[in-house]
Design a protein around this ligand. Structure first.
Ligand code: ATP
Length: 490
C-alpha cells in the first residue's frame, strides 16, 4: 500500500514541486522565457491550455446551460474611458504602496504588514499579530496613509530584502494599465480592463432587450483582465494578465438576501463537484463592505501557502447600473411586468479567477506517494472530465499487428475526445508519462485483443487494470470523462 510521504508533503516543498511540475510537463511556463521571463506573466502549454479550456467550458455550461435565465457575452477588453470613472476604478482602484529606500523595492503595505503579523503568530505571539492587523485594517478602511507610515515605524516592520525600516511615505498607486489609442497628437488614454464585470453592466440593456430576458436573469462572461499588481508572487495566483469568469445576476430590489444565499450555495457545490474536499474550502464573509454592498463572501481554497481567495460573491445593490446611468445620461432600467413599474435592478455577482482555479486543481491533484519498496510515484489526480487527455492508447508491443489494432482504435475514438497514441518506450514508462499529465485511462492492446476483441483499461489513481470489450470503450469514456458527467453532479 502506498503512503503519503510526510517530507514530500511539507507545504513549501509541495508548492515548489507544483511549480516545477507545471513547467516540466507542459502546463504553465514563464512568459517569454527565452528572455528570462516577465514577472507575474505566464503562458499555458499544451496540457495547461487544455485543462483551462475544460474548466472554462464546465463553468460556462454550469452557468448558461443549467440556468436557462443566464446568457453569455464577450465584450471587448478596451472600453470607453468613462466606464472606469463610473465604476470607481479611476479614483478607487488603488493600493497603498511603500518603497524601501535601501533595497529600492516597492511593496503593498497590507501584504507587508500581513506577512510580518504571520511571522509573529508563528512565533507564538498571536495577540500582538492580531493587534497589528486590526490597527492596519482601521487605517486602510479610512484611507489614513500617515497612520500607515506611523505603523511601519512603531512596529519596526523591516523590508524583507534590506531588513531596514528606511521607508518612503506610503502612497496610493492605481493598478490599471493605460495605453494610448489613435494618432499621437490626438490620442485618447484607454485602460486595459481590470475586471470583466463592467462589460456586462454597460451591455445590460442590449442583452435584456435583444435576448428578451426577464428578471431575475444573469449575464456571464469569460475574458482577460489586467492589473498592475505590485506584489507579484505565488506563481499564477497573482498575475498581471489573468482570466476572469464573472456572472452578474440582475434581481428585484429586496430579494438580494435570497439570491446571495442561493449563489453562495450554488457556487460552493460547484467546488464539491470538482472533487475538492469541503475541508479544503473556506467561506470567508467580509466584515468591511464597500459602501454600496450589502454582503460579500470569498470562497477560499487551501493552497500550500494557506487559505486564499479563488472566487468572490458580492451583493452590489444597484450601484454599478445607477452609476453608469448617471455618467452616460441614459436610463438603465427594467420594466417589471409583475410590479407594473420600472426600476434599476439589484445585482449579485459571482467572480472567479480561472488561473487560480487551474492552480487549485494542480495543487489539489498533484499526489506523491511512497511505496513500501521505497519507490515514489507521482500522479496528477485531475477530475477525468477536466483532464487534458482523456485516454492514452498503447499497443503492448509494436509488432504482430498490435500497433495496427491500437491505431485503428485511436482513429475510431478520436472524434469523441482528446487521446494520445504511443508505441514506445516500455509500457511502464508510458503509464508513468500519462500519470504525470493526469490522463485518467490507459488502454492497452495486447495479444489477447487479437483473440477476443478485449483491451486492458488501467485507471490512473488506483492503477487497477481490468479487461473490457473494445466495443464498450467509447461509452465508458463518455460516461466517465464528459463534461456532462460533471454537470450531472450539480
Ligand atoms: P485579491 O484580494 O486576491 O487581490 P480581489 O479581491 O482583488 O483578489 P476580485 O477583484 O474580487 O479579486 O476579482 C475576482 C477574482 O479574480 C478573484 O477571486 C481571483 O480569483 C481573480 N483575480 C483577481 N486578481 C487576480 C490576479 N492578479 N491574478 C489572478 N487572479 C486574480
Amino acid at each position: 500500500m502506498a503512503t503519503t510521504d510526510a517530507a514530500l508533503d511539507h507545504p513549501n516543498h509541495r508548492f515548489k514541486a507544483l511549480i516545477a511540475h507545471a513547467q516540466a510537463y507542459g502546463f504553465i511556463y514563464p512568459s517569454s522565457e527565452i528572455y528570462d521571463g516577465l514577472q507575474s506573466i505566464y503562458d499555458y502549454g499544451p496540457y495547461g491550455v487544455a485543462l483551462k479550456r475544460n474548466l472554462q467550458n464546465f463553468w460556462w455550461q454550469s452557468m448558461t446551460q443549467l440556468h436557462p435565465n443566464i446568457v453569455g457575452i464577450d465584450a471587448a477588453i478596451m472600453m470607453h474611458p468613462t466606464t472606469w470613472q463610473a465604476s470607481g476604478h479611476i479614483d478607487g482602484f488603488t493600493d497603498p504602496m511603500v518603497d524601501n529606500k535601501d533595497s529600492k523595492k516597492r511593496y503593498r503595505v497590507d501584504t507587508l504588514v500581513e506577512e510580518y503579523a504571520m511571522q509573529w503568530a508563528a512565533q507564538g505571539q498571536p495577540a500582538q499579530a492580531k493587534a497589528l492587523m486590526s490597527e492596519m485594517e482601521a487605517y486602510l478602511e479610512t484611507g489614513n496613509l500617515p497612520g500607515l507610515d506611523q505603523l511601519l515605524q512603531t512596529f519596526a516592520i523591516p523590508c524583507p530584502l534590506s531588513k531596514t525600516v528606511n521607508w518612503t511615505p506610503v502612497r496610493q498607486f492605481n493598478l490599471m494599465f493605460s495605453t494610448q489609442v489613435g494618432a499621437q497628437d490626438d490620442a485618447t488614454t484607454l485602460y486595459l480592463r481590470p475586471e470583466t464585470a463592467q462589460g456586462i453592466f454597460v451591455n445590460f440593456l442590449n442583452v435584456q432587450k435583444t435576448a428578451r430576458m426577464k428578471i431575475p436573469f444573469g449575464i456571464a462572461q469569460i475574458g482577460k483582465a489586467f492589473r498592475n499588481e505590485i506584489v507579484a508572487r505565488q506563481f499564477t495566483f497573482r498575475m498581471r494578465e489573468f482570466e476572469q469568469m464573472e456572472m452578474q445576476f440582475f434581481i428585484q430590489p429586496g430579494t438580494e438576501t435570497k439570491w446571495f444565499d442561493y449563489w453562495q450555495t450554488t457556487r460552493t457545490a460547484w467546488y464539491s463537484s470538482l472533487g475538492i474536499n469541503p475541508e479544503q474550502i473556506n467561506l470567508h464573509p467580509h466584515k468591511q463592505l464597500a459602501h454600496y454592498a450589502t454582503a460579500a463572501v470569498d470562497i477560499e481554497y487551501a493552497f500550500p501557502f494557506g487559505f486564499k481567495e479563488v472566487e468572490g460573491i458580492h451583493s452590489r445593490t444597484d450601484f454599478d447600473l445607477r452609476s453608469h446611468a448617471d455618467y452616460a445620461k441614459k436610463k438603465l432600467q427594467y420594466f417589471d411586468p409583475d410590479w407594473q413599474r420600472s426600476y434599476i435592478p439589484y445585482v449579485i455577482e459571482t467572480s472567479v479567477g480561472l488561473d487560480r482555479l487551474v492552480l487549485m486543481l494542480l495543487s489539489n491533484g498533484l499526489v506523491k506517494t511512497r511505496h513500501p519498496t521505497d519507490a515514489t510515484r507521482t500522479y496528477l489526480k485531475l477530475p477525468p472530465p477536466l483532464a487534458p487527455i482523456k485516454a492514452a492508447i498503447f499497443p503492448l508491443v509494436k509488432k504482430d499487428g498490435l500497433a495496427e489494432k491500437a491505431l485503428a482504435l485511436f482513429h475510431q475514438l478520436k472524434y469523441d475526445c482528446p487521446l494520445i497514441y504511443e508505441e514506445t518506450p516500455s509500457i511502464g514508462k508510458r503509464y508513468t508519462r500519462q500519470d504525470l499529465i493526469g490522463t485518467p485511462y490507459c488502454i492497452t492492446i495486447d495479444y489477447q485483443t487479437l483473440e477476443d476483441e478485449t483491451v486492458t483499461v488501467r485507471e490512473r489513481d488506483s492503477m487497477a487494470q481490468h479487461r473490457m470489450p473494445i466495443a464498450a470503450i467509447a461509452d465508458y469514456l463518455h460516461t466517465n470523462t464528459s463534461i456532462k458527467s460533471l454537470l450531472a453532479r450539480l
